[in-house]
Design a protein around this ligand. Structure first.
Ligand SMILES: Cc1cc2nc3c(=O)[nH]c(=O)nc-3n(C[C@H](O)[C@H](O)[C@H](O)COP(=O)(O)O)c2cc1C
Length: 240
């Protein structure tokens, strides 16, 4: 091999190493939530999300409305899985999701409080976007306690399921400092709007709830110390 070819290979290797290092600094490792109550964890995969059919985006935008009154019809596992995917599902081989994330650091963690979901025992479940699956963290129906922790808002007790979004700020603030806090709040808004629009397109109703006691919600869900609940979104079939 000529010196020119060897030099070319060396330059190529250096460029590849630099690109890898840059990608690491840019995107960092994706971290996952830890199951919090050993002994009660059971994992299951969700049905494949629908990526082809459904309401036109403009119609979902038009239909989106906060709804607080639901009937007793259960949610299906398809509906629950579709909403979880809309909020935080992975849509790109690099791990990018349905909602944008500053620096692709993904500070949000999504929990499903299931009460009246077909084929799913009542309990608190953590959503794993990479597996599109659920891990049960807490057994039993905690919707009434969740409503009490949400200043007694009855919508939280009445939703067939409640989607709780939490954040680990440090994932974003370690790179962006205090500005990272703002980024996390913006990201919750993106994910929350996705839940609204997906619910609307399925003919379901939801409301974004910010008025709650975060410490009590964290306690009920058994969240790790660093996770802060930011949104509580009950979902159900709208009452007439
Ligand atoms: C950050 C935030 C916090 C909210 N908190 C509550 C809440 O605690 N309870 C509630 O019933 N609605 C809550 N809402 C919903 C608003 O009341 C609702 O968006 C507003 O009335 C406009 O209605 P629309 O969503 O149907 O357009 C909240 C909305 C946002 C964006």
């Amino acid at each position: 091999m000529s010196y020119l070819k060897i030099a070319g290979v060396v330059v190529l290797v250096i460029v590849l190493l630099l690109a890898g290092a840059l990608a690491w600094v840019r995107f960092g490792p994706v971290r996952r939530a830890e199951p919090v109550q050993a002994g009660t964890n059971t994992s299951r995969s969700l049905p494949e999300p629908d990526r082809t059919d459904g309401m036109a985006l403009h119609a979902a935008l038009e239909a989106r409305r906060s709804g607080r009154d639901y009937d007793d019809t259960p949610l299906s596992l398809d509906e629950v899985g579709q909403i979880l995917w809309a909020a935080q599902g992975i849509t790109d081989p690099r791990g990018f999701r349905t909602a944008p994330s500053a620096g692709a650091l993904f500070p949000l963690e999504l929990y499903l409080v299931a009460g009246n979901v077909e084929g799913l025992e009542a309990g608190v479940y953590h959503y794993d976007p990479s597996a599109h699956g659920l891990t049960r963290m807490v057994e039993g129906d905690i919707r009434d306690a969740l409503a009490a922790a949400s200043l007694g808002q009855s919508s939280v007790a009445d939703g067939a399921a409640v989607f709780v979004m939490a954040a680990e700020y440090e994932r974003t603030t370690r790179r962006y400092g205090s500005r990272g806090e703002m980024y996390v709040h913006i990201e919750i808004g993106h994910a929350g709007q996705n839940v609204y629009l997906q619910a609307a397109s399925l003919g379901l109703s939801t409301v974004a709830i910010g008025a709650f006691d975060p410490d009590r919600i964290a306690e009920l869900l058994g969240l790790p110390e660093a996770f802060v609940p930011l949104y509580v979104m009950p979902v159900g079939h709208p009452a007439d």
